[in-house]
Design a protein around this ligand. Structure first.
Ligand SMILES: NC(=O)c1ccc[n+]([C@@H]2O[C@H](COP(=O)([O-])OP(=O)(O)OC[C@H]3O[C@@H](n4cnc5c(N)ncnc54)[C@H](O)[C@@H]3O)[C@@H](O)[C@H]2O)c1
Length: 250
């Protein structure tokens, strides 16, 4: 007898937030198709890994179709219930210096790929009254110097979320999370030896700390669950309150 599984497909699955997403969806009883441009070390129960370059997917219909066929092999023809567009690149450069390659690769990975990946799985998601969760960023609305490429892609990803919701109506829910700083291993490593700066960053947040990958993962699971059945086209801030802060001197 065929075993019906709940499949979630997650991009950037080997990154800081991606690993927490994979763990949380598995904990909630999903089987996960984990994708990344890098290769994983070892394997995990209920997780199937597929190597996927989103920049290539953004450019090539053929690559996109062949990725779909690989997913179908793993799911044995079953349709996915959840797509989490999590992978992104963060290219920092001043507006006077950013080159075309940096601009294009930021858009390919952070925006074009999430759109065409969503399009690729729309029929499958609709079959399961499924859901898309886009991991956007606080940079969609509040940003810093030299973030022009990253912030513009994230603003567009949030806009794409609101717009797709109109097309998808009652077929597939699509929502976004806009996290502020999240304590991934990489972020923490960047503050090694600079504990005072890390404490300062924490103190900037009204809640007194920065977020954890697990908190983002739990929010994603909630948004893709039936409990969030009326949440459609929303861009949910997860910022510890920093979203509302004005940094003018007192
Ligand atoms: N960490 C934070 O503070 C923070 C804050 C706000 C938003 N976000 C967003 O959360 C998401 C995850 O961020 P993270 O901190 O885990 O980053 P990360 O760099 O740890 O993970 C990103 C993953 O995406 C993969 N990736 C990069 N280019 C790819 C490509 N061409 N094809 C396929 N995969 C590719 C990387 O290999 C990596 O595993 C991103 O969308 C990021 O913009 C992160």
């Amino acid at each position: 007898m065929e075993v019906i599984k709940k499949w979630a497909l997650i991009t950037g699955a080997l990154g800081g937030i991606g690993q927490a997403l994979v763990k949380e969806y598995v904990n909630k009883g999903f089987s996960v198709i984990a994708t990344d441009i890098k290769q994983p070390v070892g394997s995990v129960e209920n997780v199937e890994f597929i190597e996927l370059d989103l920049a290539e997917l953004a450019r090539s219909d053929e690559y996109t179709k062949s990725f779909y066929r690989r997913v179908q092999q793993f799911t044995q023809g079953q349709s996915i219930c959840v797509l989490v567009n999590n992978a992104a690149v963060q290219t920092l450069a001043h507006s006077s210096k950013l080159d075309r390659k940096q601009w294009q690769s930021s858009f390919d990975v952070n925006l074009t790929a999430p759109f065409f990946l969503s399009q690729l799985f729309l029929d499958d998601l609709a079959k399961n009254s499924g859901s898309i969760v886009n991991i956007s960023s606080i940079h969609a609305t509040q940003t810093k110097k030299e973030f022009v490429a990253y912030a513009t892609t994230k603003a567009a990803l949030s806009s794409m979320t609101r717009n797709m919701a109109l097309d998808l109506g009652d077929k597939v829910r699509v929502n976004a999370i806009e996290p502020a700083a999240i304590a991934t291993e990489m972020l923490k490593a960047g503050f090694e030896g600079k504990e005072d700066k890390y404490s300062q960053l924490e103190a900037y947040h009204p809640i007194g700390r920065i977020g954890t990958p697990e908190e983002i993962a739990k929010l994603a699971v909630f948004l893709s669950s039936d409990d969030a059945g009326f949440v459609q086209g929303a861009c949910i801030s997860a910022s510890g309150g920093i979203r509302g802060c004005l940094s003018d001197p007192d």
